[in-house]
Design a protein around this ligand. Structure first.
Ligand SMILES: NC(=O)c1ccc[n+]([C@@H]2O[C@H](COP(=O)([O-])OP(=O)(O)OC[C@H]3O[C@@H](n4cnc5c(N)ncnc54)[C@H](O)[C@@H]3O)[C@@H](O)[C@H]2O)c1
Length: 461
């Protein structure tokens, strides 16, 4: 009875702090997800006490220097100056927090199994600095079950009890980096609480700075929704990548086919083939679900097949570069190659898991002299030197685009279709262009110098 009363007091106190935006919010992990969230919540009036284990990032935050492209520099600086956002490396700061949101990475290990060590580490940090009445929300993408099986279980091992002294929910981040129309504030949030009180509190929290919230029946359903969204993309991209390979053999322009199919007003959504998938979501998240499925005797063949096709695309690109150069009696070894774009998609600065990096590696391993142009990315790391969450090995610098580089390259490969690349000029000046994204084609630039994924090389020259 006493416990229930105490729980109700915690809930009402937190609801009140949420309603008048005085709750202190701890955010663990201030990267592509955590920092924009910090800015939105701070703009609504909350005080953000960030925990970021990269000391360089911590310093930048406290100096008001923004490092995430989707975050507005002056808005961020203003919030830091008002002491609405601050960061520290240690977890002790969480002692002062009413709400703690976990936004740490969820990568795969070398065997493509979920690496949830970051979530466990964050949970341990919370446990050590726990106080009764905390609301804990997991935002990192993960397999269904993580919130309860890992976070709730760890907190309860430490003697804390859900329904007694803490609240717990899962609410995935669904941001699309670089998207000019949708951001943290206007993208519908999904929330699944472990109990109805957990749901009520986390819904109230997000509704105080996000336009729409969808209530889910459980954290597991919310976790499943997030991975399903990304699997939907992975599978559809794999399908069109396979179609591109078939179209090449049948000498059909895959882009013409998809463009025509997209005129159907119902039952079809266009996805486009390309050099593979990248970023911290599409290449990883499907494997989280496939791994979990095995616990239930379900081998998610469809999901894994899509991953396999997408992962193989850089090798498809490599093979085609060899075929194109062969037309000009050039081996890949020693060829001068200019690669345009290294980020995993257009107009962003994120090269994590980028298929363009994989293409760079494969071409370099074959002895090509590859240089990379990317106005968004100053330097990047190959897998050998990429410790992903804190790059430490030697990096490869990108170079500016120049007429000289375009003209001297044996082949120019468009691997990322940044909006501001001067495509007409590129095609005009280059000897030959392999356009893995159909960037020129979508701009109605046509030339016999352009090879697409579905172009049959032997018949072109
Ligand atoms: N990037 C996206 O577009 C995107 C979109 C939706 C969901 N997600 C998911 O959100 C989560 C975070 O992704 P991200 O892209 O923001 O990653 P990120 O690498 O950009 O940011 C994570 C941050 O957490 C920090 N960190 C790691 N361990 C920590 C610890 N123990 N304590 C404190 N800080 C720690 C890292 O230094 C880094 O700054 C992942 O699960 C990802 O799948 C990402």
């Amino acid at each position: 009875m006493e416990t229930l009363q105490q729980h109700a007091i915690f809930k009402n106190e937190l609801l009140e702090k949420i309603h008048n935006h005085t709750a202190k919010v701890g955010i663990i992990g201030l990267g592509y997800v955590g920092l924009p969230l910090a800015v939105e919540a701070a703009s609504a009036g909350y005080q953000i006490l960030g925990v970021e284990n990269n000391p360089d990032r911590c310093r930048l935050i406290n100096e008001g220097k923004n490092y995430i492209k989707d975050v507005h520099d002056t808005k961020f600086l203003g919030l830091v100056r008002e002491h609405k956002i601050q960061a520290s490396v240690g977890f002790e700061t969480l002692q002062a927090c009413d709400i703690v949101v976990i936004c740490v990475p969820t990568p795969l290990n070398k065997n493509k199994e979920p690496d949830i060590s970051y979530i466990k580490n964050a949970t341990d940090g919370i446990c050590k600095n726990f106080h009764p009445g905390m609301l804990i929300i997991l935002e990192s993408t993960t397999y269904p079950g993580t919130t309860e099986e890992i976070i709730q279980a760890r907190l309860e091992e430490m003697g804390h009890k859900l329904g007694k002294d803490f609240f717990l929910a899962f609410s995935p981040e669904r941001v699309d980096p670089g998207n000019k129309s949708f951001n943290t504030a206007n993208t519908t949030k999904i929330v699944g609480g472990v109990s109805s009180d957990c749901l009520e509190l986390s819904e109230a929290f997000y509704l105080s700075f996000v336009a729409h919230v969808v209530r889910m029946s459980s954290p597991r359903a919310a976790e499943m929704t997030k991975v399903f969204e990304n699997i939907y993309r992975s599978v559809n991209i794999a399908l069109v990548n396979e179609l591109a390979m078939l179209c090449e053999r049948m000498d059909i322009d895959v882009y013409e086919v998809i463009t025509a199919a997209a005129t159907k007003p119902y039952g079809f959504q266009a996805f486009w083939p390309g050099p593979g998938v990248g970023g911290h979501c599409i290449p990883l998240d499907p494997y989280y679900l496939a791994w979990k499925g095995k616990e239930y005797d379900l081998h998610a063949r469809f999901i894994e097949l899509a991953g396999e096709i997408n992962e193989n695309m850089p090798r498809v690109v490599l093979a085609k570069v060899g075929e194109i150069l062969n037309q000009f009696s050039k081996p890949v070894k020693g060829a001068k190659i200019l690669q345009l774009g290294i980020s995993y998609k257009k107009d962003i600065d994120d090269a994590r898991e980028s298929p363009s990096v994989r293409i760079y590696e494969l071409l370099s391993q074959k002895g090509a002299n590859v240089e990379v142009v990317d106005p968004f990315v100053k330097q990047f790391w190959t897998r050998e030197h990429d410790f992903t969450y804190g790059n430490q090995g030697p990096s490869i610098p990108t170079i500016p685009l120049s007429d000289e580089k375009l003209q001297e390259a044996d082949i120019v490969i468009i691997t990322t279709d940044h909006t501001d690349f001067p495509y007409a000029d590129i095609v005009k000046k280059a000897k030959v262009v392999f356009d893995t994204r159909n960037a020129a084609g979508f701009r109605k630039i046509e030339s016999s110098k352009i090879f697409k994924l579905s172009t049959r090389v032997s018949q072109n020259h």
